[in-house]
Design a protein around this ligand. Structure first.
Ligand code: HEC
Length: 182
């Protein structure tokens, strides 16, 4: 358990470091959303999800898995945009497709009001469902807007996607609630 937490801390540290180099790569106007991108990759609960999988409702586990698929796709695209990963149009297209599909699936994944200690979904999702859905639609459009023909186009079209993730998290995802498992 302690080892697990140590590992998580280490990996989020190196992630912050690599995001810093990513930021210096982009044009000034796109720096803000990319700085904020760091918040997407820091686990909100120090890996508590992984340590208590049995107690989580399947619908919650499913929507969190969906979010983690989005994170994977974004990490790959960011790495390619920053030159940490060689640009590969096929992989980029697949990541774009994954984001198109997952963003489309968001409203359904959060349709039922399910809250719990292991979830960071805020009650506002079900108090303001139209607003929540609108943000999912914005994210879906941003995913469609990602251009994968070459790395220059990818760099230009990625920031609106990052912004769409962050804008929903700001209103509907709880970053502060910490809880212990003992
Ligand atoms: C329409 C709203 C919305 C959009 C758009 C959105 N998210 Fe989320 N995201 C959430 C909510 C709500 C949660 C908390 C879910 C929970 O804990 O039950 C979350 C959780 C997460 C998590 C944490 C998963 C975990 O292990 O706890 C990651 C990572 C994540 N989102 C990545 C992304 C990425 C990357 C994007 C953009 C490509 C994105 N999200 C777009 C609402 C959104």
């Amino acid at each position: 358990m302690d080892h697990q937490i140590d590992r998580d801390k280490k990996s989020s540290k190196s992630r912050e470091g690599s995001l810093f180099s990513l930021c210096s790569y982009f044009a000034i106007r796109s720096i803000l959303p990319l700085l904020l991108l760091a918040t997407l990759f820091v686990p909100a609960s120090n890996g508590t999800h992984a340590s208590e999988p049995r107690q989580m409702h399947p619908a919650m586990a499913q929507r969190i898995a969906l979010m983690n698929r989005q994170k994977e796709a974004m990490e790959l695209l960011s790495d390619m945009a920053a030159g940490r990963h060689v640009f590969d149009p096929k992989l980029a297209r697949a990541a774009r497709k994954s984001l198109i599909d997952t963003t489309q699936a968001i409203p359904k994944a959060f349709k039922k009001n399910r809250q719990g200690l292991q979830s960071h979904a805020l009650p506002e999702i079900w108090q303001h469902p139209k607003d929540f859905k609108a943000r999912a639609v914005t994210a879906h459009k941003a995913a469609r807007g990602i251009a994968t023909r070459n790395v220059i186009r990818l760099r230009k079209t990625l920031p609106p996607m990052v912004q769409a993730c962050i804008s929903c998290h700001q209103g509907f995802r709880d970053h502060d609630r910490e809880f212990t498992t003992h």
